[in-house]
Design a protein around this ligand. Structure first.
Ligand code: SIN
Ligand code: FE
Length: 300
């Protein structure tokens, strides 16, 4: 776990490959100044938005495939239309940037949701499994990935405050420590899973029907997310790195590999990519490879 600072603007394909390796090993790529162009008026507008209420929706989400916005309190008015167009532009800008920056992944991802996070993270009152101030690896209850990797890109929009994270050792280091003694390993994928896997691969990551797509891999990753959040000794004792991302910065990380928690901060934008497992440059570090080698079986 370490922070790789990127302050150059020129790079070549070999450099892009090296960045992919660093991400896959569990590093965070950090841009002191965001490479994403954001309109200052859009930022002011976003800073003027604050969701009240208890966090029924954790965040405001933008779904690029359907071009839909969700989680806004008063839908249909001018403000939500403006929010919609800002998030659409953000999503497109991040995808365009990463298409050049992480060349080995280009066109090998499914563009997942973008989100706007207007609430103060410190002291949020959420049920334990939904808390983001406890270290966890990401898994989505409603969007199984079948081994596709969860890559997230963030912008801290706050004009003066840092967004404060802690991160810990990546999946290949921690998973063998807790399996199978504290958390059972996944069972091998059956014939149905294998057939669905071929279907999904033929159509690219995320194309097939999600509810049929939950593989033993996805089931394990969801259980592992819950296990880490519920494990008080892991939360208290694991090695950690504290990072304060300054205003105007960006960072990206494979959040299915790197345990992370946000302790404080307000106003962030985020875009998620589900990167095809075939695009990995160092596939042996992926959670799928680690689990398949622990179980000696195919899990998707
Ligand atoms: C998370 O993915 O757990 C939240 C990170 C953040 O909002 O900074
Ligand atoms: Fe997370």
């Amino acid at each position: 776990m370490s922070l790789v600072t990127i302050d150059q603007s020129g790079f070549d394909a070999a450099q892009g490959r090296e960045w992919c390796v660093q991400l896959e090993k569990g590093d965070i790529l950090y841009f002191p100044r965001t490479p994403i162009e954001l309109d200052p008026e859009d930022i002011s507008f976003l800073l003027g938005q604050r969701q009240t209420g208890s966090g029924l929706h954790k965040n405001i989400a933008y779904k690029p495939a359907a071009d839909k916005l969700s989680g806004v309190e008063a839908a249909g008015d001018g403000a939500s239309q403006r929010l919609h167009s800002i998030l659409r532009r953000y999503s497109q800008a991040v995808e365009q940037f990463l298409g050049g920056f992480l060349l080995p992944y280009r066109a090998q991802w499914h563009l997942d949701y973008a989100s706007f996070r207007p609430q103060e993270e410190q002291g949020r009152d959420l049920p334990l499994r939904r808390r983001n101030d406890l270290l966890h690896t990401d898994a989505f209850p409603t969007r199984p990935t079948r081994g596709a990797r969860i890559l997230r890109f963030f912008n801290n929009l706050h004009p003066s405050r840092t967004r404060d994270w802690v991160v810990s050792d990546p999946f290949p280091t921690i998973a063998p420590r807790y399996t199978p003694s504290q958390i059972p390993l996944p069972k091998p994928a059956g014939l149905l899973h294998a057939a669905l896997g071929r279907l999904a691969r033929a159509g690219g990551a995320g194309k097939a029907i999600p509810s049929l797509q939950r593989s033993p891999y996805d089931d394990f990753m969801m259980r592992f997310h819950n296990f880490l959040k519920e494990n008080a000794s892991f939360q208290a004792e694991c090695p950690r790195l504290r990072i304060e991302f300054p205003p105007g910065s960006s960072w990206m990380v494979f959040t299915d590999t790197v345990p992370h928690a946000v302790l404080a901060g307000q106003y962030a934008l985020e875009q998620t990519f589900l990167v095809d497992s075939k695009a990995m440059v160092a596939p042996e570090f992926s959670p799928l490879a680690v689990l398949e080698s622990l179980t000696h079986s195919s899990l998707v």
